[in-house]
Design a protein around this ligand. Structure first.
Ligand SMILES: [Zn+2]
Length: 160
Protein backbone atom coordinates (compact mmCIF):
# COMPACT_ATOMS: atom_id res chain seq x y z
CA UNK A 1 0.00 0.00 0.00
CA UNK A 2 1.19 3.51 -0.86
CA UNK A 3 0.33 5.94 1.91
CA UNK A 4 -0.79 9.50 1.25
CA UNK A 5 -1.23 12.30 3.78
CA UNK A 6 -5.00 12.11 3.37
CA UNK A 7 -4.90 8.51 4.61
CA UNK A 8 -4.31 9.97 8.07
CA UNK A 9 -7.82 11.40 8.32
CA UNK A 10 -9.86 9.75 11.05
CA UNK A 11 -13.38 10.16 12.44
CA UNK A 12 -12.23 12.81 14.95
CA UNK A 13 -8.89 13.93 13.53
CA UNK A 14 -7.85 15.67 10.36
CA UNK A 15 -4.57 14.53 8.80
CA UNK A 16 -2.96 17.91 9.39
CA UNK A 17 -3.41 17.57 13.16
CA UNK A 18 -0.73 14.88 13.13
CA UNK A 19 1.96 17.18 11.71
CA UNK A 20 0.85 20.79 12.22
CA UNK A 21 3.32 22.92 14.17
CA UNK A 22 3.16 26.63 15.01
CA UNK A 23 6.90 26.66 15.59
CA UNK A 24 7.53 25.11 12.17
CA UNK A 25 5.33 27.75 10.51
CA UNK A 26 7.02 30.55 12.42
CA UNK A 27 10.45 29.30 11.38
CA UNK A 28 9.40 28.46 7.80
CA UNK A 29 10.19 24.79 8.31
CA UNK A 30 8.37 22.36 6.02
CA UNK A 31 7.12 19.78 8.51
CA UNK A 32 5.02 17.76 6.05
CA UNK A 33 5.91 14.09 6.32
CA UNK A 34 6.64 12.57 2.91
CA UNK A 35 8.56 9.36 3.49
CA UNK A 36 6.51 6.17 3.21
CA UNK A 37 7.98 4.75 6.42
CA UNK A 38 6.92 7.89 8.32
CA UNK A 39 3.43 7.87 6.81
CA UNK A 40 3.07 4.19 7.68
CA UNK A 41 4.04 4.97 11.28
CA UNK A 42 1.65 7.94 11.39
CA UNK A 43 -1.11 5.63 10.21
CA UNK A 44 -0.53 3.44 13.29
CA UNK A 45 -0.42 6.55 15.47
CA UNK A 46 -3.65 7.92 13.98
CA UNK A 47 -5.43 4.63 14.70
CA UNK A 48 -4.16 4.74 18.28
CA UNK A 49 -5.23 8.34 18.79
CA UNK A 50 -8.71 7.55 17.48
CA UNK A 51 -8.87 4.58 19.87
CA UNK A 52 -7.90 6.94 22.74
CA UNK A 53 -10.50 9.47 21.57
CA UNK A 54 -13.23 6.80 21.50
CA UNK A 55 -12.33 5.62 25.02
CA UNK A 56 -12.11 9.11 26.53
CA UNK A 57 -15.22 10.43 24.76
CA UNK A 58 -13.70 13.93 25.09
CA UNK A 59 -12.16 16.26 22.51
CA UNK A 60 -8.40 15.90 22.15
CA UNK A 61 -6.06 18.69 21.09
CA UNK A 62 -2.81 17.41 19.61
CA UNK A 63 -0.11 19.94 20.47
CA UNK A 64 2.72 18.12 18.69
CA UNK A 65 2.79 15.08 16.42
CA UNK A 66 5.32 14.39 13.72
CA UNK A 67 8.48 16.49 13.85
CA UNK A 68 11.05 16.64 11.08
CA UNK A 69 14.70 16.76 12.14
CA UNK A 70 14.89 20.53 11.72
CA UNK A 71 11.80 21.16 13.85
CA UNK A 72 12.87 18.70 16.52
CA UNK A 73 16.24 20.41 16.89
CA UNK A 74 14.44 23.77 17.40
CA UNK A 75 12.72 22.37 20.47
CA UNK A 76 15.16 22.52 23.34
CA UNK A 77 13.42 19.90 25.48
CA UNK A 78 13.01 17.29 22.80
CA UNK A 79 15.07 14.10 22.80
CA UNK A 80 17.50 13.65 19.90
CA UNK A 81 15.98 10.26 19.08
CA UNK A 82 12.40 11.26 19.90
CA UNK A 83 9.59 9.02 18.65
CA UNK A 84 8.08 12.23 17.22
CA UNK A 85 10.79 12.12 14.52
CA UNK A 86 9.43 8.85 13.16
CA UNK A 87 5.75 9.75 13.33
CA UNK A 88 5.28 7.43 16.29
CA UNK A 89 4.38 9.97 19.02
CA UNK A 90 1.83 12.64 19.79
CA UNK A 91 1.57 15.14 22.63
CA UNK A 92 -1.96 16.13 23.51
CA UNK A 93 -4.28 17.66 26.04
CA UNK A 94 -7.81 16.61 26.87
CA UNK A 95 -10.56 19.03 27.74
CA UNK A 96 -11.38 19.01 31.47
CA UNK A 97 -8.93 16.23 32.28
CA UNK A 98 -5.44 16.46 33.73
CA UNK A 99 -2.62 14.50 32.13
CA UNK A 100 -2.49 12.33 35.25
CA UNK A 101 -6.18 11.48 34.95
CA UNK A 102 -5.77 10.61 31.28
CA UNK A 103 -2.78 8.31 31.86
CA UNK A 104 -4.52 6.61 34.80
CA UNK A 105 -7.64 6.11 32.75
CA UNK A 106 -5.77 4.65 29.77
CA UNK A 107 -3.56 2.26 31.71
CA UNK A 108 -4.48 -1.35 30.96
CA UNK A 109 -7.11 -0.24 28.44
CA UNK A 110 -4.87 0.21 25.41
CA UNK A 111 -1.69 -1.25 23.97
CA UNK A 112 0.97 1.45 23.64
CA UNK A 113 4.70 1.64 23.94
CA UNK A 114 4.62 4.47 26.47
CA UNK A 115 2.24 7.11 27.80
CA UNK A 116 3.65 9.88 29.97
CA UNK A 117 1.96 12.57 32.05
CA UNK A 118 4.49 15.39 31.82
CA UNK A 119 5.45 17.56 34.78
CA UNK A 120 3.77 15.04 36.99
CA UNK A 121 2.75 15.98 40.50
CA UNK A 122 0.03 14.09 42.25
CA UNK A 123 -3.31 15.85 41.75
CA UNK A 124 -1.73 18.77 39.92
CA UNK A 125 -3.94 20.01 37.12
CA UNK A 126 -1.59 22.65 35.77
CA UNK A 127 0.49 22.84 32.62
CA UNK A 128 0.61 19.18 31.76
CA UNK A 129 0.21 17.29 28.57
CA UNK A 130 0.23 13.64 27.65
CA UNK A 131 2.97 12.14 25.50
CA UNK A 132 1.87 8.95 23.76
CA UNK A 133 4.16 6.76 21.71
CA UNK A 134 3.65 3.51 19.83
CA UNK A 135 6.05 1.10 18.20
CA UNK A 136 6.15 0.54 14.48
CA UNK A 137 4.78 -2.67 12.99
CA UNK A 138 7.82 -4.80 13.66
CA UNK A 139 8.38 -4.00 17.35
CA UNK A 140 6.34 -4.79 20.45
CA UNK A 141 4.75 -2.14 22.64
CA UNK A 142 6.03 -2.09 26.22
CA UNK A 143 2.83 -0.72 27.78
CA UNK A 144 4.45 1.78 30.14
CA UNK A 145 2.18 4.27 31.89
CA UNK A 146 4.33 6.90 33.57
CA UNK A 147 4.47 10.26 35.27
CA UNK A 148 7.42 12.50 34.49
CA UNK A 149 8.82 14.09 37.62
CA UNK A 150 11.21 17.01 37.32
CA UNK A 151 13.72 16.97 40.16
CA UNK A 152 16.85 18.98 40.87
CA UNK A 153 18.90 16.06 39.61
CA UNK A 154 17.02 15.83 36.33
CA UNK A 155 14.00 13.96 35.04
CA UNK A 156 12.56 10.94 36.76
CA UNK A 157 9.75 8.62 35.68
CA UNK A 158 7.27 6.98 38.04
CA UNK A 159 4.66 4.36 37.40
CA UNK A 160 1.13 5.77 37.42
ZN1 LIG B 1 6.09 14.03 23.14
Amino acid sequence: MIYKLSDLNRKNFKAIEFYHSDIALKNKINNRPNEQATLENLDILADKMQEVRDLLKSPIIITSGYRCLELNSKLTNSAKDSFHLYGLAADFIVKNKSAEEVVKFLSNKISVDKVIATHYKKNNRNSQWVHLQVQSNWKENRNLFLGEVITEGGTDYRKI
